[in-house]
Write a new protein. Structure first.
Length: 240
């Protein structure tokens, strides 16, 4: 109703901001506008509401009477909507999607009756509804003053997925990682031993050739550090 009166440029008269002028023709135009506002309000009322205002003259009197009548019930509605936040809690067997859906219903209900919820309050309400088993998650994210509701929901879904993953999947993943590291370590150890062994063989061979030829030079053998074989360097190794 207030939006309609605003579009008709009558809300000032209805709320008492635009007083009746004392001179003509402005006073006559004000009476016409007041009658239009009064008619628009009455058309929107139920029979019970009409009984409250049918004896009143101006649109401003009708508006104030309706406001006084409905304000106590509106206040009670706001209080009751906040009670939903107090009881909002994620159950142990409840899915994350179901909990988030329930949270949005509560927030929408609170805002629909006039409660104002800023971003920080929405984040705190969401964190406060998480179970005690999420205490570490609550502490870490509760300290983030720049955290938005959308980012929090994304983090909650990732954490929920991690918590619901079977333990044997985590164990198998860790075992696979250990196996890969162990294989790489053993391969490197084997290649180092093979490299040292071949290096000793080449040194003995060169020493033998030196003794036979009587040469005074001693050449260092070329050994691949990747495969451990002689005759080429690691950068030229075909096994890489």
């Amino acid at each position: 109703m207030e939006l309609i009166l605003t579009r008709m440029n009558l809300i000032g008269i209805v709320k008492g901001a635009d007083k009746r002028p004392s001179t003509e023709p402005a006073a006559t135009q004000w009476k016409i506008n007041d009658l239009d506002a009064k008619t628009e309000i009455i058309m929107q009322l139920s029979d019970r509401q009409l009984d409250l205002v049918k004896h009143l003259e101006s649109s401003n009197e009708i508006w104030d009477a309706l406001k006084d009548h409905h304000e106590p019930s509106d206040r009670i509605t706001k209080v009751l909507s906040f009670q939903h936040f107090v009881t909002l809690e994620m159950k142990g067997d409840e899915s994350m999607d179901a909990f988030i859906h329930k949270y949005h219903i509560v927030c929408d209900g609170a805002e629909s009756v006039g409660n104002t919820l800023d971003e920080a309050m929405k984040v705190h309400i969401m964190l406060g509804a998480l179970p005690k088993s999420w205490s570490s998650f609550i502490v870490v994210n509760g300290a983030d003053t720049k955290l938005t509701l959308q980012n929090l929901i994304s983090k909650m879904k990732q954490e929920d997925l991690r918590r619901r993953r079977p333990q044997n999947v985590l164990d198998n993943s860790n075992m696979a990682m250990v196996a890969v590291v162990s294989y790489q370590h053993n391969r490197n150890k084997f290649n180092n031993q093979k490299y040292k062994k071949n290096k000793m063989i080449m040194q003995d061979r060169n020493k033998f050739q030196h003794q036979r030829s009587g040469a005074l030079t001693f050449s260092t053998p070329i050994i691949c550090r990747y495969c451990g074989k002689a005759g080429h360097m690691e950068r030229d190794c075909r096994r890489k």
